[in-house]
Design a protein around this ligand. Structure first.
Ligand code: ATP
Ligand code: KDG
Length: 374
């Protein structure tokens, strides 16, 4: 299929597509884009973005890099650990900060912080951390109704080691996330969401990929869009064939990768050729490039944006997650592609200025102060 043709003749983004498919226009007479109109309710479009992911409580601690060498973990990666390994590592770190996390949940929180409508599916246990997690994501304005796991593994945690340069290395105990299954996919929510976005990390627990495939099929059957983040270069190494198949079969429309995930996907060290391969394999591809900003690809269109300057990087946890929030919100609001990338960069910059994976300020206000009209 030619690039971009899955998005139809008006390559104006998710919001535009959805509105076209359901036959209404949201620009008000004054021309302000993206207002929620009565027609939204008539159309059954309930959410701008639905995300699905591993529901994880982050345990964030500053470390010196020699701890990574002693632990035998590569800086910047996510490694899976069991309960005993997690407990042993916890004993070896200094004081920590606990915060609700999980890559796709962080993105949903970012979308809500931007003032858009977000929903989330992810599995916690019926335990203290699970109750905190549920409170936090709802308090952040995200629709979250996934049933908690009763009588099984505990709520997932990730011990996130923050290096002096802000890079984060994650040690994730998936716990209750192993129980996420197709039964947790609320069909009405998928059908009522303009885009369903999942994290590649979901290919680790056994049934979650089936849940994703079910959600993707429902989304497309309802005329909605689908998206995935490749999550981590080691995750790409584990599931390269399946990720490429999702892209080349048209199961996912929008693909997010950072530089190392992109190169891992195409097994090359050459960014330029990998970018062209990504362009050919999906309707919209986005590559985040840390301090170099990011670039989006849609058919023959290439839309780069520089990173916003930042005085001091405190913690890189969640940079890609918040980038995705800004970019998806930009598409939902019909921003030009380069502006959606720029909004993604703005959201990425906010989260690296403090410890923790979710916004510490209103992204809606930050976007308005920076000149975005959402
Ligand atoms: N050093 C930096 N300076 C300025 N902006 C940055 C920096 N690092 C990240 N960002 C912003 O955050 C966005 C996402 O960062 P990055 O490309 O590192 O994603 P990522 O590797 O997926 O992040 P993470 O895995 O830590 O969530 C970038 O496109 C950029 O806008
Ligand atoms: O920093 C990242 O890449 C993240 O995706 C953040 C973590 O996944 C998340 O908060 C872990 O629970």
């Amino acid at each position: 299929m030619p690039h971009g043709s899955r998005l139809g003749p008006h390559p104006a983004g998710i919001g535009a597509c959805t509105r076209r498919l359901i036959g209404y226009e949201t620009r008000d007479p004054a021309g302000a884009p993206g207002r929620i109109h009565e027609s939204d309710f008539m159309s059954d479009l309930r959410f701008d973005v639905l995300t699905i992911g591993n529901a994880i409580v982050d345990i964030l601690a500053r470390i010196e890099d020699d701890l990574l060498a002693r632990e035998g973990v590569a800086k910047g990666m996510m490694r899976l650990v069991d309960g005993a390994q997690s407990a042993a590592l916890y004993d070896r770190i200094g004081p920590a900060i606990e915060a609700s996390g999980g890559s796709a949940a962080n993105t949903a929180a970012g979308v809500a912080s931007l003032g858009l409508r977000a929903a989330y599916f992810g599995k916690v246990a019926d335990d203290a951390l699970g109750r905190i997690y549920r409170h936090d994501i709802r308090a952040q304005g995200v629709h979250y109704e996934t049933a908690a796991l009763v009588g099984g593994a505990p709520t997932a945690t990730s011990i996130i080691l923050i290096s002096p340069d802000g890079e984060r290395t994650m040690n994730t105990h998936l716990g209750a996330c192993h129980a996420l299954s197709p039964d947790d996919i609320d069909e009405d929510v998928v059908a009522g969401s303009a885009v369903t976005y999942v994290e590649g990390y979901l290919w680790d627990p056994p049934l979650a990929k089936d849940a994703c495939r079910k959600a993707f099929a429902l989304a497309h059957a309802s005329g909605r869009k689908t998206a995935i983040t490749l999550s981590d270069s080691f995750c790409v190494d584990r599931y390269r064939g399946e990720f490429l198949d999702l892209m080349r079969s048209g199961t996912v429309d929008i693909v997010f990768a950072n530089d190392s995930e992109l190169k891992a996907l195409y097994e090359t060290s050459d960014r330029a050729s990998a970018i062209e391969a990504l362009r050919a394999d999906c309707a919209i591809g986005i590559v985040t490039l840390g301090a170099e900003g990011a670039v989006a690809l849609r058919g023959t269109e290439t839309a780069p944006a520089p990173a916003f300057p930042i005085d001091r990087i405190e913690d890189l946890t969640g940079a890609g997650d918040q980038f995705a929030a800004g970019f998806l919100a930009g598409l939902a609001r019909d921003l030009p592609l380069a502006e959606a990338v720029r909004l993604g960069c703005l959201c990425g910059t906010e989260v690296i200025g403090h410890v923790g994976p979710r916004p510490a300020t209103s992204l809606k206000d930050l976007a308005a102060q920076t000149g975005f009209r959402l």
